[in-house]
Every structure is written in C-alpha cells, then in structure tokens.
Design a protein around this ligand. Structure first.
Ligand code: FRU
Length: 492
C-alpha cells in the first residue's frame, strides 16, 4: 500500500496527528508491510469504522493510534478507495480532543443524509461510553456535533461503562442504531434505538441479551439485508468454543433472521462463525453502487503478541469480501476488483502430489493462488506457503478429522500471549468435500494469508510472519492430484 501524506487541518487533535504522521512515515520499516491491504501509515489500527459510500468514493475509517504501535487513546483514521484494493490516506477524521470523548473516539458507523456525511461513534470519557456524532460537507474534514445518546437512555440494568459501537442504517423513514451493551449481571446485549433526524434517539428494545461465557459484550454489531433475509454481524467477547468453531478468545459471528423494527425483535434462525482463522474481527459492511454487500474486517486479534510492532505499525484490514447467501449460509468471495491487479499468470493441471512437490515456478508472497485438489486416498493433503527451510504455514485437508486445517505453528514466530487462548497456531473448519475435491483460493500479501474454501463456503484468515516465499504441495498416507492450478502476482 502506498501512503501519500495528508495536509494539515481539521481539529486541534487531528492536526497534531497529521503532522506526526508526516514526520514519522519514514521511520516505519517496510519489510512486513502489505501491498494491497489497508494498514495504518504509522502506529496502531484496529476496527474498521464508518465504511460507506459518499461523495463518489468509498470511505473507510478505522480505530487509529498514530503515536505508537499499540492500542491507546483512539482516533479515527481515514482512507478512501475506488476499488477496495488501492487505499488513499486522508486526513485523520476524529481525535479524542472533545470534553466528552477525551479518552477516545471508539468504533462506529456513518450515514449520508442531505448531501453530508455523518459519523456516529462512541465517545469515551471518565469511564463513560456515550454515542456522539460528527459531520462533514466534503467527506474530508469533520466537525463534532456532540453527544446524541447518553447512558441515561440505557435500560435500567445496563452498565454505562460498556455501551458502544453504534451501527446506523435506514428502514422506511427512520434511522435505526444498534449498539453493544452489558447488563449488571454481565450479559452481552445488542440494543436498538430509533431516530428521524440522527440527533434525537429513542430506545426501542434489546435485540439480544445473552450469557456469553465470560463477562463480555457483543462488540461492533452490523446489520444488512441479503435477498429478503436480515443478516446481523457481531463480535462477541469470550464466546464459548464449540468444537472447531469460535476458537479465538473473541469471535465474529453472523446471525440470519428477521428484524421487525415495529416489534423491536430480531428472530434468529441460524448462527455461525464468519471466519475460521486466527485474525479476523469487528467486520463492517457497505452496499456498493452496483448493489453488492461488501464486508471489511480487522485482520488481527486481541490478546496476541504483534510482531510488526517492532517495525512501527500494528494491524491491518482484510481484502474486502462480497457476501451472498447460498443454501441458507453466508458465502464470501474476494471483491472482484482484485482481478484487475493479476499479473504473470501461471496455469497448469493434472499433477500428481506425493509427499513433497516443489513447484518451482509457484512461489511468492504477493500472490493469488487458486487450485482444486482431487483428494485421492491421501490422509493429509494440502499446500505449504511462506516456506523456507523448516519454516512454513500449511493449509490441508485431514481425512481422519474431516477438517481443513490452517497450521502456522512452524512459522518460527511466537504470537500466543493470553492464557485463555490454548493455541494461536492451529485452526480448523469443516467444509463439504462430498466429491472428494477441495478448492482453495488463497491471497498472500507479505505477512497475511486469506483462504476461501469451496468457492467461499468457509474462509480462514491468518497473519504469517516468515521470510520464506516458497510454495509446495504435499500428500501423506496416499496420493492425491492437483486437478487445476492458477497463480497470479498481485501488483498494485
Ligand atoms: C473492538 C473494540 C470496540 C471498541 C474499539 C476500541 O475491537 O473493542 O468495542 O469500540 O475496539 O478501539
């Protein structure tokens, strides 16, 4: 990703941030930086915020701390993009320089109304979380308008300290706002508010009130419609592991159902994990001009060690994904715009895989790799990426477990940090391999790996820190075959 330097301007706090960025860009070590993913110019990035189309471009804001590669008082950084692949750095949008947000401008969303772009965010001050609004006439400079929902508008048994991440959308003539909250008993809640002007809000109902395993909230709710079904996304803290699902300490889930704004209910029909990998959190969606629902998410995870921090930055975003519903499940595919950046195609097929297949022409770390495997009678069959000597990250099918496994334990870098997380190196998902065939579409970008299995039936996302660029296929306990393979360099 190329970073241009923003012009100074805006509020006091955003001006200081932008000057700091300009003066410190050169100090960030480029060795593990992505080339086609959004990431902070300097410092720290977490959740995507305010993902939307306005003024003829797509806007991505994000949780940003410019002054160091760790989480601290939150700003809103800002990018614009035409195609979800090239990201243009814009001036910092919000800084924690107000009386009511002096401890941070936390996550939120945006709405276009009357030709203006409104940011609705969580303002944090003295341990209180309230919802605030800022506005822009040009999509570039934002003026804060103040608090619009206070803790007094919470249900009686909710804590004023955990009330955040407003997502605003319009249904009929009203705007609705979903926010995460916590009851005194520690239940995670999703609350719904309603407004006709974005400034005055009334509480409607709690759409969810659940006992998550540990005291935690549903962070970053999101809601959109796909072919008549309402899809709600949320990122629950401390979600109970269920077999191979929800293995991260914080998970991201989707719920399919029906939102009834009159009754104030969300009738849930199905729930599942969005991504079965390691580094995926706080997803947000927008609707494109041509009607696609595109999702972006933070490509990192809380409670980990962050190896890029020593290079002056931490955190990045996934390659945005198009969402569809198929067979009553959420399917994901990379934004189609990425295909404009394919270079140097390599294609072949019908290659038998033994215990070690080096495909000398198929290396690289800024690539797209697509292939279909005939699983044959192999017990384990898959691909090794970022390979050098003993180091690699591998993705393979394990016949005995009937699972696809992403194993990054050999990358040679320790990232486990929290004792609540048994293992930050191996994740599994189940996909339908009814025809004994498995297809993978993989995107590597220097230190990341995003895998789409069986045309988007499941995805697995993980950062990989390795200086290897080799790729090889392997089959154990039997033989298998590469039915077809394509590889492209991704050059932006
Ligand atoms: C999710 C989150 C949000 C909060 C933000 C703070 O990752 O914890 O709930 O608004 O990050 O940066």
């Amino acid at each position: 990703m190329k970073t241009n330097t923003p012009m100074a301007g805006g509020s006091y706090g955003t001006k200081i941030a932008d000057l700091y960025i300009v003066h410190n860009l050169a100090a960030v070590n480029g060795s593990s930086r992505h080339t086609y993913h959004a990431m902070p110019p300097v410092g720290w990035m977490n959740d995507p915020n305010g993902f939307n189309e306005a003024f003829g471009k797509y806007h991505l804001f994000y949780q940003f701390y410019p002054y160091g590669p760790s989480w601290d008082s939150m700003h809103w950084g800002h990018f614009t993009t035409e195609d979800f692949v090239k990201w243009k750095l814009e001036p910092t949008a919000l800084a924690p320089d107000g009386q009511w947000d002096s401890d941070g401008c936390f996550s939120g969303s945006s709405v276009v109304k009357g030709g203006k772009l409104y940011l609705i965010y969580t303002s944090v001050s003295a341990d209180r979380q309230t919802q605030s609004i800022a506005v822009s006439k040009d999509g570039n400079r934002f003026e804060k308008l103040g608090v619009v929902i206070t803790g007094d508008q919470l249900p009686k048994d909710c804590l004023k300290t955990d009330f955040r991440d407003p997502k605003v959308f319009k249904r009929g003539e009203f705007y609705y706002l979903l926010a995460g909250a916590m009851s005194e008993a520690g239940e995670g809640m999703i609350l719904m508010y309603r407004s006709s002007d974005l400034m005055r809000w009334e509480f409607i109902s709690a759409l969810r009130r659940d006992n998550l395993t540990t005291r935690g909230i549903y962070e970053c709710p999101d809601l959109f419609e796909l072919g008549g079904t309402d899809v709600m996304l949320a990122s629950p803290q401390g979600y109970a592991t269920d077999g191979w699902r929800y293995e991260n300490v914080q998970s991201s889930i989707y719920m399919l159902g029906k939102l009834d704004v009159e009754k104030g209910t969300f009738e849930k029909q199905y729930e599942d994990e969005i991504d079965g990998g390691f580094d995926f959190y706080a997803p947000q969606t927008l609707k494109t001009r041509d009607g696609r629902v595109v999702m972006i998410a933070w490509m990192q995870m809380w409670q980990r060690l962050f190896p890029t921090a020593k290079h002056g930055w931490t955190g990045s975003m996934i390659l945005p994904r198009e969402l569809t519903l198929k067979n009553g499940r959420l399917y994901q595919s990379p934004v189609r715009e990425i295909e404009r950046y394919r270079w140097n195609p390599i294609r072949f097929g019908n290659v038998k895989i033994g215990s070690r297949n080096e495909l000398t022409k198929v290396g690289g770390t800024k690539i797209e790799l697509l292939f279909t495997l005939d699983l044959g009678d192999a017990q384990k069959v898959g691909v090794k990426l970022y390979q050098k000597g003993e180091h690699d990250a591998r993705i393979y099918y394990d016949r005995e477990k009937d699972l696809v496994i992403f194993d990054r334990s050999r990358m040679g870098v320790e990232i486990t940090h929290d004792s609540d997380e048994k293992d930050a190196s191996v994740r599994s998902v189940k996909v339908d391999v009814g025809e004994n065939k498995l297809s993978m579409r993989i995107f590597l970008d220097v230190s990341s790996c995003e895998v789409f299995l069986q045309d988007g039936e499941r995805t697995m996302t993980g950062n990989v820190y390795s200086d290897g660029d080799g790729i090889s296929f392997f089959a154990e306990g039997g033989s298998a075959k590469i039915v077809s393979l394509e590889k492209y360099d991704i050059v932006v």
